[in-house]
Design a protein around this ligand. Structure first.
Ligand code: PLP
Length: 363
């Protein structure tokens, strides 16, 4: 037995890490250059920012002021309600580590949902209570039965991989249900694709509300690793005790601040408009295909659809992989048998995807 196996926490020995899009298909190496990446809900195209990186001999501020101010302007919340993190993923982990005592407290998730809530909980030794969605909406009656039994509730809106916004009345009801007993995290990673539906304005009203945001999606900066946790200042103070001392590197703060400058926000709006149009076109095309059983409604930068059978789903997925077109198989999640998720890339990438599937079915 290796020393790692002998000494590691027992539950890590058989634990399977999160199967991120990049663990499944690496983006480095020669073969990666020719692939079409539609499996991680990123934006297409190249990065466009130039770095000065003048003071990388110094440690960065714990929370770089220029970055917090820029996000504060963007989100219309005071700086004291914002914590910048290494992606929204770090926010998820921090919330669990801050509010759940290991091997004692539980989180609640509503599957099918984003995989990192469960992985972070497992990693920390927090239990996982599941209240599945019903028709892609919250099951409030079942949530009611969990009041007092969990410390953190994760709600994803727009949902990944489902794609749809949850009704605001349902989100409000969930926050109110748990107002004395649990933190309710609303994950708004994709909210720029339906910005008017954010619940950010509720922060002043609900002490137990936490919102997760990211620059990885509509800002096209997934490689930067920059996200934000929004909450009242008492929660932010608590999370700040758990986060690493220098979470945001100086180059990250510099690029993120530029991306958030007023003049650059127009680019986000343009990207959102283009993505929405391409998503509608892809959705209509999918709906017309005989091998496609259901197309889920999407308010985000991806589309989930159900193939007519598991065999058809495998055929589509494998045909695309053979041609270097990577999409995401979601069929292991509850309620998502035979489902695949396609990120909205650019027009030519999606055209190639359609042609590749078309010609495979014509053979
Ligand atoms: C719903 C949801 N939340 C959070 C994240 C993590 O985002 P980040 O890249 O900021 O860590 C993702 C990434 O795909 C996501 O889909």
């Amino acid at each position: 037995m290796s020393i790692a196996n002998k000494l590691a926490r027992e539950e890590l020995i058989n634990m399977v890490p999160y199967q991120s899009a990049r663990r499944l298909f690496s983006s480095s190496g020669e073969s990666a250059a020719n692939k079409i990446w539609l499996n991680a809900n990123e934006a297409s195209g190249d990065g466009i920012y130039q770095l000065e990186a003048k003071s990388i001999n110094r440690y960065p501020d714990f929370q770089p002021e220029s970055l917090l101010k820029a996000y504060s302007n963007y989100v219309q919340q005071p700086v004291s309600n914002i914590l910048a993190t290494r992606g929204a993923d770090e926010g998820i982990e921090l919330i669990i580590r801050t509010f759940c005592k290991a091997y004692h407290d539980d989180i609640l998730i509503c599957p099918p949902t984003y995989g990192m809530y469960a992985i972070s909980a497992e990693n920390h030794g927090a239990g996982i209570v599941k209240v599945p969605l019903i028709d892609n909406k919250l099951d409030l009656e079942s949530l009611k039965t969990k009041v007092g039994k969990v410390k953190v509730v994760f709600i994803c809106s727009p949902g990944n991989p489902t794609g749809n916004l949850l009704p605001q009345a349902q989100i409000k009801a969930a926050i109110e249900l748990f107002k004395d007993s649990a933190i309710v995290v609303v994950d708004e990673a994709y909210i720029e694709f339906s910005a008017k539906d954010s619940v950010v304005s509720w922060l002043a009203q609900y002490e137990n509300l936490v919102i997760l945001r990211t620059l990885s999606k509509a800002f096209a900066l997934a490689g930067l690793r920059c996200g934000f946790t929004l909450a009242n200042c008492d929660i932010i103070t608590m999370l700040s005790k758990v986060i690493a001392p220098y979470p945001i590197s100086a180059p990250v703060a510099e690029i993120a601040s530029i991306a958030l400058a007023k003049d650059n926000l127009a680019q986000v709006n343009i990207r959102v408009e283009e993505t929405t149009l391409l998503r509608q076109q892809l959705g209509s095309w999918l709906t017309e295909q005989p091998w496609c059983e259901t197309v889920h409604h999407s308010d985000a930068n991806f589309i989930l659809f159900k193939a007519s059978s598991v065999e058809t789903k495998d055929f589509i997925f494998n045909t695309l992989v053979e041609q270097g077109i990577l999409i995401r198989d979601q069929s292991k999640q509850v309620q998502l048998e035979a489902c695949l998720r396609i990120s909205i890339g650019n027009e030519s990438e999606l055209e190639l995807l359609k042609q590749t599937i078309d010609s495979a079915f014509r053979k």
